[in-house]
Every structure is written in C-alpha cells, then in structure tokens.
Design a protein around this ligand. Structure first.
Ligand code: BGC
Length: 375
C-alpha cells in the first residue's frame, strides 16, 4: 500500500513537473511570438474609400519591402473613434514611431497624446494634427502652393471679364482644406476685385471679395458654405443646387475651383449636363488614375500631382532616423495652434493634357497601359 502510495506520489510529481515545464515552454514560445508581433512603425491612414490613400498604402508597401524595421498600416475609415482604436492597437504592439494622417486634425489630438505618453515619436503625414504638443514632425506637400496652382490655372484659362467662378473646398476638419483655399484665394482675389471673375456660389466669399488676406475665421465662413467634406457625393449635390439656383449670367463659360480629384470629377459630371454651361475649366489635385483619364478625355482640366513616393520616402526617412537614434533633418515648421511642428515639405507639379505623359508616365508613376487614348 505504502509502496503504491509512493509510486502514485512519484507519478503525480512527474506529471506536475511535466505540466510546469510545458507551461514554461509555451510561455517562452508565446514571448517569442509576441516579439514577432512587435511592430516598430505604425501607420494610420484616413480611409480606403478614396484612391488617394490607397495609393499611399501601396507606395508605403513598395518602399517598405527591404526595410529592416517592421511596420503595420491601418485605416480609420472616416472615423476618429476607429483612428484612436487603431493607434491603441499599434501601441499594444510596442511601436516606437507613429505615422498618422488624421481623419480630423483636432480630434486626433487625444490619440497622439496617448502615443506620446508611451514615448512614441509622432509624425503627422500629409495632414497636420492641430492644437496639441504631441506631434514631433510633419511631412507634407506645399499645400498653399496646391491652392495657388489651381487658382493660377483658372486665371490662365479665363477669357474676358465677369467669368462666373464656382468655389468649392475640402473638409473643415482638415487643416489642409484651409491651406488649399488660402493659397487659392490669395491668387484669385485680385482677379475677382478687377472683374475678371464674379463669384457664383458663395455669399460669404462675395462679402470678403475685397479682402486679400483672410483670417482663419473668415476662411471658416467661406469653407463652411462651399465645403464638399471631401465627399464626391456631397460635391455633386452642392454643384446641382448651385446650378439650379444660377441665372443665365452665371452660366456660359465658367471657372470651377474644385479642391481635389474625387470632388472635381463629380462636379465636372454635373456641369457637363447643364446645357446653359457652354464650357468649364475645373481644377483638381492628387493625380488619381480616374482623373488622369478624365484629363486625357478633356473632362477635367488639370490636377496637382503630389508625388506620394517622395512623401513616403520622407516619412520613412524621419522614422528610421528616429529609430536609429539620430535627429531627422527638417526644412521648416508649421504652427499647429499649440506648437511649431518641425516639417519636411515637398513641391507639387501642375499636370494637364500637355504634360501628363512626361510627368506621370515617363516618371514611372503610372504605366501608359493603365489609360486609354494617351498619345
Ligand atoms: C489631402 C488631399 C486629399 C484630401 C481628401 C487632403 O488632406 O492632402 O490629397 O485629396 O485630403 O482626402
């Protein structure tokens, strides 16, 4: 009996040791697994619903193929709450650097402050995060130049005087929408004042037509009235409403300041179905494939090409410098309402029918086979 008891005890001890050993082992595995899951750089982009950001995702993937650092890209799908969740999930994976394009520049403050608390370096990508000191770097295109280029294009292609001018803007929650409009207004305003253009669709802009430099509040008033919210459907509805209200003297040959390609295409579609609109010049931005086809087909006048490859290289360059313990080089700074954020800025290129091949095909940004009718 005693012998049996001893044997049983021995077996139980053996079993216990085996279980503990297995548990330790799987713990070890678990650790190495979670190490494998560790991410160095987290990237959060605003939405997959716009080709612009899917393009950025692809360019990041291309650039990251040979990187020694691990990365993960998440999309916020137009929701600041989802954006915060994305940042938290990346923080749980131990990121050291966060590259983020905010859905809403002010609302993103909370997410980046959480990242900052964990010692993460925050890089605002393309859109500035406002009213927080938790942003370390900003990599961006020259957004004032984007608006200025759109405005200059309308001026260069306007004939005579009193050309009806339809103004549209991006989302008021996006700091870029202010920069684009500010840049455009500075160039357009003297031409509104001298009678080249007459404003067709904004009483707020009309009230301010003699003011060359608009304050943030004044910009807010106009943007509030002509915003598309970066939504092609909203842009379409607004354009329809504007054309329904417009009398004959606001039709004929018209000029349209459209803030980006997605909204430009839907606004162009509306204007092209109004028989009283004889011709229109419409701007854009992003060099989206669909808009390049529109430009080739003569349905959109121009786009502002922002070479996303450069922005990705700059953002990853800053990230890698930080991870390597170096200080990234910057070229200027942006006031985000709370601090001066060190910035790296890239130039933009105006593209129309005449140079589309040179700028987009010869530079290997797109392939000629992706378009029809390209000469
Ligand atoms: C970007 C544009 C883009 C727009 C809508 C802006 O912040 O700079 O390239 O078209 O957002 O997503």
């Amino acid at each position: 009996m005693i012998k049996n008891l001893k044997r049983l005890t021995f077996i139980l001890v053996l079993l216990f040791v085996t279980i503990v050993a297995t548990a330790c082992n799987s713990n070890g595995d678990g650790d190495s697994k979670s190490n494998k899951n560790k991410i160095d750089v987290g990237i959060v982009l605003p939405t997959k619903d716009e080709p612009r950001w899917v393009q950025d995702e692809q360019r990041f993937k291309d650039a990251l193929k040979d990187s020694k650092y691990s990365t993960e890209i998440l999309f916020s799908q137009g929701s600041s709450a989802k954006e915060k969740e994305n940042v938290e999930s990346l923080l749980n994976k131990g990121i050291k650097v966060l590259i983020i394009t905010p859905q809403d520049g002010a609302a993103a403050g909370a997410a980046v402050e959480a990242a900052k608390k964990e010692g993460v370096t925050v890089i605002a990508y393309d859109r500035l995060i406002t009213n927080t000191d938790a942003v370390d770097y900003y990599v961006t295109f020259d957004s004032l130049a984007v608006g200025a280029a759109q405005a200059q294009y309308l001026i260069d292609n306007a004939n005579g005087s009193n050309v009806p001018l339809y103004l549209y803007a991006g989302a008021a929650s996006d700091n870029n929408a202010f920069l684009f409009f500010e840049g455009a207004w500075k160039v357009l305003q003297p031409k509104i004042a001298d009678g080249t253009f007459k404003i067709a669709n904004s009483s707020e802009a009309e009230k301010l037509k003699d003011t060359a430099e608009l304050s943030r509040d004044q910009l807010s008033k106009i943007i509030g009235q002509v915003t598309t919210n970066w939504d092609p459907n909203k842009a379409k509805n607004k354009a329809q409403t504007h054309l329904t209200a417009a009398k004959a003297d606001l039709k004929g040959d018209v000029a349209i300041l459209a803030p980006n390609d997605g909204t430009a295409r839907s606004i162009a579609d509306v204007f092209s179905t109004d028989k009283a609109v004889k011709s229109f010049v419409v701007t854009g931005q992003d060099a989206e494939k669909a808009s390049i086809q529109y430009i080739i087909d003569g349905k959109q006048s121009m786009t502002v090409f922002k070479d996303v490859r450069t922005l990705v290289t700059d953002a990853m360059g800053v990230a890698v410098e930080v991870l390597d313990g170096k200080t990234p080089e910057t070229t200027g700074s942006y006031d985000n309402g709370s601090v001066e954020v060190k910035a790296k800025q890239t130039d933009v290129i105006v593209v129309n029918k005449d140079n589309v091949k040179k700028e987009l095909i010869d530079s290997a940004y797109y392939e000629a086979s992706e378009f029809n009718g390209l000469e």
